[in-house]
Write a protein that binds this ligand. Structure first.
Ligand code: FES
Ligand code: FES
Length: 209
C-alpha cells in the first residue's frame, strides 16, 4: 500500500530475477515451440476498466461502490464518493497532499488502489471532525496559523494525526521526521511543526481528545 520508501537494490534484484527466469524457462519455451500445433484455449484478458464492486470502510461507515481495478483510493474518495477533503497533488507519491490514514497509519491515497484499501479502516480529514467542531489537530493548525494557501493542509493534518497516534510525545526532530513525507510549497513548516507540538501537548494535558 502506498507509502514512501524505495529499495535501492530492487532494480538490480529484479533484473537478476528476470535473467534467472529467462534462463530457467528457456527449455520450457523450447518444448512449447515443439507443441505449437496444439492451440491452447484462449484465456480472456482481464480488463482494467471493468467496474468491480467493493465495500470501503471510511470514517467509521461502510460505503458500497463500483471502482475500476486501476482506480486509486484518491479517485474513489474524490470522484466516486465526493470526499474532496483529500487533495490531489503530484499523484505519484511525492507531495503528501493526498495523505489519509489506513488502519491508523499515514498512507498516500494516490499510490493505494481502491481495491487494496478494502477491508481496512480508512480515515480522511473529514473523519477528524467532531460534528461541526474541528478535531484537535485541525484546531491546532488554525491556532498556530499553520497554513498559507492551505492546499497541503489536509495532508499535513492527516500526517500529524498519524504521527501523534503512534507517538503522543514527539520531539521536534521526531516531528520533522514524521512530517517529512508532506511538502508545503508555501514553506509554512515552522508553523506546521508548532501546530503539531501544540496538538501533542493539548492531548497530553487533556485539553483535546
Ligand atoms: S498526490 Fe499523493 S503524494 Fe502527491
Ligand atoms: S500552505 Fe500552501 S502548500 Fe502548504
Amino acid at each position: 500500500m502506498g507509502r514512501r520508501r524505495k529499495d535501492p537494490g530492487s532494480r538490480r534484484a529484479i533484473s537478476r530475477r528476470g535473467f534467472l527466469t529467462t534462463v530457467s524457462t528457456a527449455p520450457i519455451a523450447g518444448a512449447a515451440i515443439g507443441r505449437a500445433h496444439e492451440t491452447p484455449a484462449p484465456v480472456p484478458a482481464a480488463e482494467a476498466h471493468e467496474p468491480v464492486n467493493v465495500v470501503l470502510r471510511i470514517n467509521g461507515r461502510s460505503f458500497k461502490l463500483q471502482v475500476e481495478p486501476r482506480d486509486t483510493l484518491l479517485t474513489a474518495l474524490r470522484e466516486k464518493l465526493g470526499m474532496t477533503g483529500t487533495k490531489p497533488g503530484c499523484e505519484r507519491g511525492e507531495c503528501g497532499a493526498c495523505t489519509v490514514l489506513i488502519d491508523g497509519n499515514p498512507r498516500y491515497a494516490c499510490l493505494t488502489l481502491a481495491l487494496e484499501a478494502a477491508g481496512h479502516e480508512i480515515t480522511t480529514v473529514e473523519g477528524l471532525m467532531n460534528g461541526e467542531q474541528l478535531g484537535p489537530v485541525q484546531k491546532a493548525f488554525v491556532e498556530d496559523d499553520a497554513m498559507q494557501c492551505g492546499y497541503c493542509t489536509p495532508g499535513q493534518v492527516m500526517a500529524a494525526e498519524g504521527l501523534l497516534r503512534a507517538n503522543p510525545n514527539p520531539s521536534l526532530e521526531e516531528i520533522r521526521l514524521g512530517m517529512s513525507g508532506n511538502l508545503c510549497r508555501c514553506g509554512a513548516y515552522d508553523h506546521i511543526f508548532k501546530a503539531v507540538q501544540r496538538a501533542a501537548q493539548a492531548r497530553r494535558t487533556g485539553g483535546m481528545s
